[in-house]
Design a protein around this ligand. Structure first.
Ligand SMILES: [Zn+2]
Length: 247
């Protein structure tokens, strides 16, 4: 049996048996792991908080044949302030759901983990518009997962920018004013710049941009349509987030 430690964020919680949880953990060094936490649902279990959704912990895992078992966990952060806002909590649940279903299980998870931890941190602080955070998360997650949209120039004629450009979200490409056919989302240049920033900026500057109020809706629409298109999945957590945002 191999024993090892890893910092990881719990991105999915399932249950089995009377008191066992199966947690999906995003770690920097080992990517995505699924692990059994025996007894974690027991009222007195020391693993109860550490294996809840959004718990970021120093885990000790034991590898036995094909499965992992959580032997110990020291909590580093639980993002408790997400509970202050129903919308923030719902969006955080969608982020974790999307991460659990998108991030490849093999390979390292450091870039994914950094994106998710920072997104949860900003959601807790409520210092940035949720539409902006959602667009950053979806677009950057798509890029990290290997789905890079072609945003450098018009795909047809190579024009870097025209006053209005069109994003073909289903194909992940940009077309200029002259080359567009009728489909595509019309984008003022500031939205094109925001999308280029999200896709290309170094991580340290990823969240450092602003966009005026009505354009946040356009950015959100582009990112969501593109993300749903490339991942080919339906997210009940996204439907729920949408339903409470309308209320
Ligand atoms: Zn063109």
């Amino acid at each position: 049996m191999d024993k090892f430690n890893a910092d990881g964020l719990v991105i999915r919680v399932q249950t089995t048996g009377e008191t066992t949880r199966i947690i999906t953990v995003l770690t920097a060094e080992h990517g995505v792991l699924r692990a059994f936490a025996k007894g974690a649902r027991g009222a007195k279990s020391r693993l109860q908080s550490a294996t809840a959704l959004f718990a970021y912990c120093r885990f000790s895992f034991v590898k036995s044949k094909e499965s992992y078992i959580v032997s110990e966990a020291d909590i580093k952060e639980v993002f408790f302030d997400l509970r202050n806002s129903l919308e923030a909590l719902a969006l955080a649940q969608y982020f974790c759901d999307a991460a659990a279903r998108t991030i490849p299980e093999d390979g390292t998870g450091d870039k994914f983990l950094r994106l998710l931890l920072n997104s949860l941190h900003f959601l807790c602080k409520e210092s940035k518009d949720r539409r902006l955070l959602k667009a950053v998360f979806e677009l950057r997650l798509a890029v990290l997962s290997g789905y890079m949209p072609a945003l450098v120039a018009c795909e047809n004629c190579g024009a870097f920018e025209t006053d209005v450009m069109f994003f073909d979200a289903l194909r992940g490409r940009l077309l200029c004013d002259n080359c567009t056919q009728t489909d595509g989302i019309a984008l003022p240049l500031s939205v094109v710049s925001a999308m280029r920033h999200i896709v290309f900026a170094p991580f340290e500057r990823l969240f450092s941009f602003t966009l005026s109020e009505p354009l946040l809706n356009t950015l959100e629409q582009c990112a969501e349509t593109y993300f749903l298109s490339v991942t080919q999945q339906k997210y009940k957590t996204l439907d729920y987030y949408r339903s409470i945002c309308i209320l």
